[in-house]
Design a protein around this ligand. Structure first.
Ligand code: PGA
Length: 248
């Protein structure tokens, strides 16, 4: 049986009151899940989520982390701040960060390394635009993003990394990559890691698919050999939908 990690990415959704309601609904629904279950929540909800998730099988994640220990970086959050709240995972390099907030392959790499150094597992996002897919650049783009994101991460560090392959054209659009497209591209990610590290690291690396994954398509996607889970946006905001994905 393959190892599976299903992570919710709440993005800029849910107040503390919403968080309390959603997590209280979700906890009993996923308590027997075989998959690793993670919710990545806005910073303002981390405290309450940490309290609510104590004693549950749901792991806490954040949506970004800065690469400095502390300092004059208005609006940013450090790894030690996340650690104090028992954050175990952090998303880095989400396409929305790259697209709207100037995140680059270099900053993604710095953030991922900082997370690893602090014992937080980075969920590193990669993915191509529609134009890149239509002009046959998927392999080039993915190899480049993965290689740059992992620059300087050692063979011990890579073991805590999760990679999420999220085709940008499939995020929040209702369009899903076909299971075959997702599998083929995730294989490119895995083969890149194979070249950079070795077979056993590549074979054990958890690689998620993300982009309109939902209860109606999760089975087909998860049946594919290379896919170890999902990074779920919209469908993670409803306890029932998210739990159905977790228990596909
Ligand atoms: P989506 O988002 O499931 O709403 O497409 C996925 C993501 O952006 O992580």
């Amino acid at each position: 049986m393959k190892n599976v990690i299903i992570a919710g990415n709440w993005k800029m959704n849910n107040t503390m009151a919403d968080t309390t309601k959603l997590l209280n609904e979700l906890k009993p629904l996923v308590k027997d899940a075989k998959a690793e279950v993670v919710v990545c929540v806005p910073y303002t909800n981390l405290y309450v989520a940490n309290e609510l998730l104590k004693g549950s099988n749901i792991k806490l994640g954040a949506e970004n982390v800065h690469w400095a220990d502390n300092g004059a970086f208005t609006g940013e959050i450090s790894a030690s701040m996340l650690k104090e709240l028992n954050v175990e995972y952090v998303i880095v390099g989400h396409s929305e960060r790259r697209q709207y907030f100037g995140e680059t392959d270099e900053t993604v790499n710095l953030r991922a390394k900082k997370a690893i150094d602090n014992g937080i597992k980075p969920i590193i996002c990669v993915g191509e635009t529609l134009e890149e897919r239509e002009t046959n650049q998927v392999e080039k783009v993915i190899v480049n993003q993965v290689t740059k994101a992992l620059d300087g991460i050692c063979e011990v560090g890579i073991k805590s990394v999760v990679i999420a392959y999220e085709p940008i054209w499939a995020i929040g659009t209702g369009k899903t990559a076909t299971a075959q497209e997702a599998n083929d591209t995730i294989k490119i990610v895995r083969d890149t890691v194979r070249k950079l590290y070795n077979d056993s690291i590549a074979d054990e690396l958890l690689i998620q698919y993300g982009g309109s994954m939902k209860p109606s398509n999760v089975k087909e996607l998860m049946a594919m050999k290379e896919i170890n889970g999902g990074l779920i946006g919209g469908a993670s905001l409803k306890a029932e939908d998210f739990s159905q994905i977790v228990k596909y």
